[in-house]
Unconditional design. Sequence first.
Length: 143
Amino acid sequence: MSDVVLNREQIEEILPHRAPFLLIDEVTELIPGARVVARKTVTEEDCAGHFPGNPIFPGVKTVEALAQCGAVAVLSQPENRGKLALFAGIDDIRFKRICRPGDVLDLECEVETVRGPIGKGKVRASVGGQLAARGTLTFAVGE
């Protein structure tokens, strides 16, 4: 495993999200404006109510974790500090495996294009090298 580049407290200096909706635990690679690799360890609490006796990490939380990964890439740039990165689109998301408590999600976002405040990133989540989800997220950076 890679060294930790940003711990949770340092992530909170970049992202406005807080528990229980901060869904990345650490960043292991950061190229501001270009690429982020992060990790999320799935907990029982993350799966609460989804589904009793058969806990599954909701796909929507996987997408949100990937979006937060991309937000770190964009909001870590000096000109974007203190701003928000909001969803502008979720495209071609495919889920390839179920994630459960104890799984460690490896999250990646490659920022592909940025035009003004709008950008797109290719994202992927995997567990132990096995693809869990992939797709493209569009974001808008605002105040």
